[in-house]
Design a protein around this ligand. Structure first.
Ligand code: CIR
Length: 251
């Protein structure tokens, strides 16, 4: 597996924020945590392609939002936040070595954080960043390969993957307060601990799962379900509304 990451911009303090108040971000601490995240990906067997940060792009560390990778094709996004649109080309150039590219066209907008791929199901959050137009574009690109595209309504979170991610084959970790559950019929739903609403964002790497250390109770729930868990400190980039899936593209 290849993991693409990108460094933390010196301008991270000017990041986009939707549901959080702005608070100071310690750049060196954010970078140190990010390096440990990269090291964990390597320890879990990934070949790392670590791209340099662009200090003109505050949110460039959150590479997940720039591309949707399927085995057959990679879909370059058109991010919902205008400030983030210049991030995509750098990542697209790398992904183009491994996949044919398709592109979401304006006026459609979509962030990769709104897209959860599970087998032949592509769940897409209808968020402030992701429009129905873009969801239809993804459908047109992916349907010929046999994918089912399922829109999901969100309630009060940034992205679909703030509310739900895949923890294992057929098992989704979810905060039901933040998204509809009906689209996930047929999946086993594992609830986050109610004291940890942001804990649903975990990163599955093969048969292992990366969880932020801030969520010990949800971690215990995963372990009780016999899912192998690794933890990273991610609280500095959490102030920029980022979580563990946001900081990598796996292919
Ligand atoms: C943003 O608001 O776009 C960034 N500050 C955070 C993006 C987090 N990305 C993700 O959840 N996929």
């Amino acid at each position: 597996m290849i993991a693409i990451t990108r460094g933390v911009s010196a301008a991270i303090r000017d990041c986009e924020l939707t549901h959080l108040d702005r608070e100071p971000i310690d750049l060196e601490r954010a970078r140190a945590q990010h390096r440990r995240y990269e090291a964990l990906l390597v320890a879990l067997g990934c070949s790392l392609i670590s791209l340099p940060a662009d200090d003109a792009l505050p949110d460039c560390v959150f590479v997940e939002d720039t591309v949707i990778v399927l085995p057959e094709v990679a879909i370059v996004t058109n991010p919902g936040a205008v400030s983030r649109r210049p991030e995509v080309e750098t990542v697209a150039e790398v992904v183009a070595r491994y996949r044919p590219l398709a592109r979401i066209q304006s006026p459609g907008t979509i962030d990769g954080g709104d897209v959860l791929v599970s087998g032949r199901d592509i769940f897409i959050g209808r968020s402030e960043r992701t429009s129905d137009d873009a969801i239809e574009q993804v459908r047109a690109i992916a349907a010929p390969f046999g994918y089912r595209v399922v829109p999901v309504s969100l309630h009060g979170c940034l992205h679909l993957k703030s509310a739900v991610t895949a923890a294992a084959e057929g098992i989704l970790l979810i905060n039901r307060q933040w998204c509809d559950t009906a689209p996930f019929a047929g999946y086993e739903l594992l609830d986050v601990d109610e004291s940890e609403p942001s804990a649903a964002n975990v990163l599955r790497v093969g048969e292992e799962v990366i969880v932020a250390t801030a969520f010990p109770r949800t971690r215990a729930r995963l372990e009780a379900r016999r899912i192998r868990v690794h933890t990273v400190d991610a609280d500095e980039l959490a102030k920029a509304e980022g979580a563990v899936t946001c900081c990598s593209v796996l292919l």
